[in-house]
Design a protein around this ligand. Structure first.
Ligand SMILES: [Zn+2]
Length: 303
């Protein structure tokens, strides 16, 4: 969930930059763009191809080392089409956040402004939390990607008391030099609001944030995922965001603003709607969701 719900807003993170300019067409949808603190320079782009990558990605390399998840950074099985590709999965929120209100409310710098370190996320009426959901889908997604040979790293695996903060979540993807990062969420919107949407980074240049190199490739990543997620799950694009396109562009998420590598969020469904909740709480559906995300990542990476 991401600032669109009765719950406290979710998260994001800081940045550095790489020079990869992509000219582009205008963004179709710009949502939730609080005016003032960023430069919307109308550069976003369709389909920039992912960077070629043939990193050996040894175990223990990268951000995992700093957050206790280094063991997750294992190369995928042997060859496989995604051999040499690095994917960072960011399970939204953390089940422990509920017990650490003070820490997760501590503001961090997201370039454009300061924002809460992290949020609790939402939950279904029956008490299935978004944090449980995101971890479950992330585990399934990791297995599918490793089966294709990818090197997969998590930002956390509920192996820390809370967080990480949104700035650290972004930093982990950056340090890993990930070919793609996906932050997994489910929304907390009104009853009757249904379906999924991906969230793409807006052009933002402020403080430590400069998304200009990643706007184009992130859009390509997100569009792949939106298509394959719909096919795998049978879910429709959100009927309450993105105008039916299944994608929304946002400038207020630190996890996107501070990313220097292609990154999107996906809101898999609305936990507060009973019909969507019946899907989100079903393990077989979550496997389909993971398959949909994995297929989008792999088709993006294989260009
Ligand atoms: Zn969330």
């Amino acid at each position: 969930m991401h600032d669109d719900s009765p719950h406290p807003p979710p998260s994001s993170a800081p940045a550095s930059r790489r020079r990869r300019r992509r000219l582009v067409a205008a963004l179709a949808v710009v949502a939730a763009v609080p005016a003032g603190w960023f430069a919307l320079d109308a550069l976003a782009g369709p389909g920039a191809p992912p960077k070629p990558s043939a990193r050996p990605a040894p175990a223990g390399e990268g951000p995992g080392a700093s957050n206790g998840t280094a063991g997750d950074r294992k190369p995928g099985h042997g060859g496989g089409p995604l051999a040499g590709k690095v994917v960072v999965i960011d399970p939204g929120h953390n089940p422990g956040n509920f017990q650490h209100a003070r820490e997760i409310n501590e503001p961090v710098d997201i370039g454009t402004n300061r924002k809460e370190c992290d949020t609790t996320g939402t939950a279904t009426n029956t008490g299935y939390t978004e944090a449980e959901f995101t971890l479950d889908v992330s585990h399934r997604l990791r297995t599918l990607l490793r089966d294709q040979g990818a090197t997969v790293e998590f930002t956390h695996d509920a192996d820390r008391p809370y967080g990480p903060c949104i700035d650290e979540r972004a930093r982990i993807g950056n340090t890993a030099e990930a070919d793609a990062v996906v932050s997994v969420h489910a929304d907390g919107s009104a009853v009757g609001n249904r379906g999924f949407h991906v969230i793409l980074p807006a052009p933002v240049r402020a403080g430590a944030a400069d998304t200009s190199p990643i706007v184009g490739p992130s859009r390509a990543l997100g569009e792949h995922i939106a298509g394959t997620f719909a096919r795998a799950t049978g879910s429709a694009p959100a009927n309450y965001a993105g105008g039916g396109t299944g994608s929304v562009v946002r400038a207020d998420l630190g996890g996107l603003n501070l990313s220097t590598v292609p990154k999107v969020f996906i809101e898999c469904g609305n936990m507060r709607d009973p019909k969507d909740a019946s899907l989100l709480t079903d393990a077989a559906w979550r496997q389909k969701a993971a398959r949909g995300i994995a297929d989008g990542i792999s088709t993006y990476l294989l260009g």
